[in-house]
Write a protein that binds this ligand. Structure first.
Ligand code: SF4
Length: 223
């Protein structure tokens, strides 16, 4: 691994090797949130903040059986939604976000989740991370990269971002990753890094010894 400052070209080359290794490791990497429509994925992603995918996957079937459309959700008494999503945490704020997003989808987009970044970002409770999950996994569009806490940590440890060690600036990390990773890989790499972060490279005690990415990682054995 380079000990001196790495050129942009060298970083891109190393990033390509990491992407190739990730394809071998996690050929099916995608969101673990179960969904049958863009609306279901959008709401599941809103619910997943500060929660686990397992918990969300238990909550959403009940929610979607009871409320089948954005209009039904936007007009529901908030306490009915709160009761269903309670176990996912922050249930009052999440109910507000769900109802706000559904109201705008109903009023401005004819009940359909918009399929572009600009319109998605006008929905209450939706930032780039959520929009990227929906665009990538529900619409098959690579407009950006999902950057959550795992991707931020992995991008930093793998030195794929120019952000500092303690940077929590997801937008900057996303921009850096998009600069060195080919566009068609954006959706895949976001999810593959999340899987790798959960399975091999958690915040504490990363398993560098058994990590397939170690030979491309400047932090191997040094975290
Ligand atoms: S080598 Fe270690 S720090 Fe680098 S990605 Fe693998 S587990 Fe994480």
């Amino acid at each position: 691994m380079p000990k001196t400052a790495e050129s942009s070209e060298a970083k891109k080359k190393r990033a390509r090797k990491i992407v190739s290794a990730l394809h071998k490791l996690y050929p099916d990497a995608d969101t673990a949130l179960r969904h049958r429509s863009p609306l279901q994925l959008l709401l599941a992603t809103i619910l997943s903040a500060q929660s686990t995918d397992e918990t969300v996957n238990k909550v959403t079937p009940v929610l979607f059986r009871r409320f089948k459309t954005a209009r039904a959700l936007s007009g529901a008494p908030p306490d009915q939604i709160e009761e269903i999503i309670h176990s996912a945490g922050f249930f009052r704020q999440k109910t507000k976000s769900i109802q706000g997003a559904c109201r705008r989808i109903t009023d401005a987009f004819d009940g359909r989740v918009p399929d572009n970044m600009d319109d998605l970002l006008t929905l209450p409770g939706v930032a780039r991370k959520t929009a990227n999950v929906v665009l990538g996994s529900a619409f098959g569009k690579c407009e950006g990269m999902v950057v959550d806490t795992h991707v931020g940590r992995l991008a930093t440890r793998l030195a794929l971002t120019w952000s500092g060690k303690d940077s929590k600036d997801a937008v900057k990390i996303e921009r850096d990753l998009m600069e060195i990773i080919p566009r068609k890989e954006w959706t895949f790499v976001g999810h593959a890094l999340i899987w790798h972060g959960r399975r091999v490279c958690p915040a504490r005690s990363p398993d560098c010894e058994h990590c397939t990415l170690a030979r491309h990682c400047p932090s191997a054995g040094a975290v």
